[in-house]
Design a protein around this ligand. Structure first.
Ligand code: HEC
Ligand code: HEC
Length: 402
């Protein structure tokens, strides 16, 4: 409800802007959007922000690699400004998320082979995405329902759900049913723990029923009792698409490595999951891409785990820095339980660039010259030592057959 209210406030503001534009242009009635036919005032406002604010920032900082010249990352492509806008909005996996503008991947990607956006660049692009959101017509009651009911998660305070003597009343699985939104019998399952800074989910799975389950782009949203709804700050599951038959293994059911820390979600907040699309198993859909978890755990344990623990865990693990942990969770690097180390390795793996290992976020973030990350190695030599150790695992992982 708050969301609707906020959206309406936005529209009122935009309508005022658009109305003054109309006066300035000395015309009345609907605005002629040229080849695009008649546009609503909200659409006019969004397009203006695109050409004046968002596009210039993307052109200055991102276009060089994202203009289609390189495979699989061409989201800033098109013959004219409007075509580029259409391409970026239609790009899959979603990089501009109208359901949670500030979580959009183009804003939250951070340093990778490309640079991180600074505060002004971020706000220019965010303003545009917010305006695009306000310009989307309300689907009304007839539109497809893509969001689960809101549930108050049960917090696990000790042990695990399957510990001996189960059920363990101190640690129960949470199950969010997907029946009402198109995947009959299927559910999202997880264990929830409260961190001072947010909510920490493990064993996060899509559990299919007899008809299987298909989900595209799950987005977690928290609903505090007395504040605005907030979405996962980094839209981490933007590229998650799962198409499971009833027979899917526990491993195949895992969502994005199976663990996620949501900064700013509190244990007293209800949560829901929003999807871009959801249904029963889709026989025609191309199967899920091969699992992208770590394949070379032995090398990870022998070479990468210790240097990561020594240099990074103070912020990226335990009660460290919530934002750090949300970006890359490094809990359990040195655990004696391989399954736990695997979760850490899976997280680290998402920060590797297997086309060119030297350009991996894991190496770029703590580089001595990077002012965007709170920790930098004090010298090139120290950075090299770290990198050379981790690289033993990375090279093994790069060539490992799935
Ligand atoms: C020097 C080349 C280069 C530049 C410049 C660049 N990128 Fe990238 N970008 C890449 C490569 C390579 C990938 C794929 C590997 C990866 O995800 O790190 C990528 C992937 C992405 C993705 C993919 C989805 C994701 O979240 O993993 C997003 C979003 C993105 N970049 C945003 C940006 C933004 C925003 C800018 C401008 C501030 C930018 N990039 C500038 C090279 C670049
Ligand atoms: C002093 C605390 C601190 C330490 C130590 C630290 N980090 Fe971070 N790191 C952060 C924070 C905070 C973020 C979240 C993004 C931000 O706020 O810049 C982050 C984000 C990252 C990211 C994601 C980058 C992005 O922009 O999305 C990577 C990769 C990363 N850190 C790697 C490392 C590595 C590797 C080490 C150890 C060599 C390390 N960090 C040590 C605080 C730290």
């Amino acid at each position: 409800m708050l969301e609707t209210l906020v959206r309406h406030l936005d529209m009122i503001r935009l309508t005022v802007v658009a109305a003054s534009l109309l006066v300035a242009m000395g015309c009345s009635g609907l605005i002629d959007g040229g080849s695009n036919g008649n546009l609503t005032p909200e659409e006019v406002a969004a397009r203006r922000l695109w050409t004046e604010k968002a596009l210039p920032q993307l052109q200055a900082n991102c276009v060089i690699c994202h203009n289609g010249s390189r495979a699989n990352i061409g989201f800033v492509v098109g013959d004219n400004d409007l075509a580029i806008r259409d391409a970026i909005l239609a790009y899959t996996p979603t990089v501009a998320n109208l359901d949670a503008p500030s979580s959009s991947r183009i804003l939250t990607k951070g340093i990778h082979e490309g640079p991180a956006l600074d505060a002004i660049q971020t706000s220019d692009i965010l303003e545009w995405i917010n305006a695009e959101k306000a310009a989307v017509p309300d689907p009304g009651e007839d539109g497809p329902r893509l969001e689960t009911a809101q549930i108050l998660p049960t917090i696990c305070t000790s042990g695990l759900p399957d510990s001996p003597g189960a059920p363990n009343v101190n640690c129960l699985y949470n199950n969010i049913p997907l029946d009402e939104i198109g995947a009959v019998g299927a559910k999202i399952q997880f264990i929830a723990q409260a961190l001072g800074s947010g909510l920490y989910l493990t064993n996060l799975k899509l559990v299919p029923a007899a008809g299987g389950a298909f989900i595209d782009h799950p987005l977690f949203v928290a609903y505090p009792a007395d504040a605005e709804a907030k979405a996962d700050t980094i839209d981490r599951f933007f590229s998650v698409k799962m198409n499971l038959m009833a027979t899917a293994t526990a491993e195949e059911q895992q969502i994005g490595g199976g663990t996620a820390a949501f900064v700013g979600f509190f244990s007293t907040d209800k949560i829901s999951i929003h999807f871009k699309a959801i249904s029963a198993f889709k026989p025609d859909e191309v199967g899920p891409p091969p699992a992208t978890g770590c394949l070379r755990l032995a090398e990870f344990k022998a070479n990468a785990a210790q240097p990561l623990q020594t240099n990074c865990a103070s912020c990226h693990a335990g009660g460290g820095n919530p934002n750090a942990k949300s970006a890359v969770n490094m809990d359990n690097l040195l655990s004696a339980v391989d399954d736990d180390v695997l979760l850490a390795c899976n997280q680290i793996r998402t920060r590797m660039n297997f086309q060119d290992l030297n350009l991996s976020g894991l190496y770029l973030a703590p580089a001595p010259a990077n002012n965007n990350h709170p920790f930098r190695f004090p010298s090139q030599a120290a950075h090299d030592t770290f990198k050379n150790a981790v690289q033993v695992w990375a090279l093994a992982e790069q060539t490992a057959a799935p």
